[in-house]
Design a protein around this ligand. Structure first.
Ligand code: 13P
Length: 228
């Protein structure tokens, strides 16, 4: 089973996201996709009922609370309204732009683990760490903050230098990290960072799946990737 996930980030309106999900679900009904697990992560204002036949709707981020005085945040209550039980935690954009450190990510992980969510936990090194040669140790340290044996965990390896740059990590680079991470956790390990329809099939051959950003924004492009 391969996991194919689209992270819309802060793109697509509520209307566009809904049309996208309806179209993708109907495109997928035309073929057999038994060996693919497909997810989309719309922005929080575009969340929709998680009731599609062939795709699962997930949240890109959520506060670790049921509800309360957390101005500007989305809480579990809001995800429950849509029957959403899949979440991305620790995306490098959350870590770098919104200052979510390993402790915050771990707190969110514990909260959503205890609420029986499927957690896509993102890790990945910067270019500086890659060039220092210490990237495997760094990935291990990021995972040391969470229970890597959680049975509903997906590890998303997303090297920061490959995100949104058009420079994907090579199959050899991805494979090295996946092999290393497999010694730490039995969770599926997926790759993200400049995945597109041209490189997706090579990456899918050596990984348990892919997390696609920009190339998931058009439903036709994402569908081509799903079929790769
Ligand atoms: P890009 O595919 O745009 O590089 O984004 C990857 C990503 O961050 C997915 O979470």
């Amino acid at each position: 089973m391969k996991i194919i996930a689209g992270n819309f980030k802060s793109n697509l309106t509520r209307k566009d996201s809904l049309e996208y999900a309806i179209k993708l679900d109907s495109m997928l009904s035309n073929r057999m996709h038994n060996n693919k697990d497909i997810y989309i992560f719309p922005s929080n204002t575009s969340l929709m009922q998680n009731n599609y036949q062939y795709i699962t709707i997930g949240a890109q981020n959520c506060n670790d609370s049921n509800s309360g005085a957390f101005t500007g945040e989305t809480s579990l209550l809001h995800l429950n309204e849509f029957n959403i039980d899949t979440i991305l935690i620790g995306h490098s954009e959350r870590r770098n732009l919104f200052f979510e450190n390993d402790n915050i990510c771990a707190r969110k992980f514990e909260y959503f683990k205890s609420n029986n969510f499927k957690i896509f936990y993102c890790i990945g090194e910067s270019l500086e760490i890659r060039n220092s040669g210490k990237y495997l140790d760094f990935l291990r340290s990021q995972l040391s903050f969470i229970d890597a044996s959680f049975n509903n965990l997906v590890i998303a390896y997303e090297p920061i230098w490959a995100i949104g740059t058009g420079v994907n990590a090579s199959v050899e680079q991805i494979n090295e990290c996946i092999e290393y991470l497999k010694n730490i956790s039995n969770a599926p390990i997926i790759y993200g960072g400049s995945v597109n329809k041209n490189n997706s099939s090579d990456i899918l051959e050596i990984s348990d799946g892919i997390l696609v950003g920009s190339a998931s924004l058009s439903v036709d492009s994402f569908y081509q990737i799903i079929n790769s």
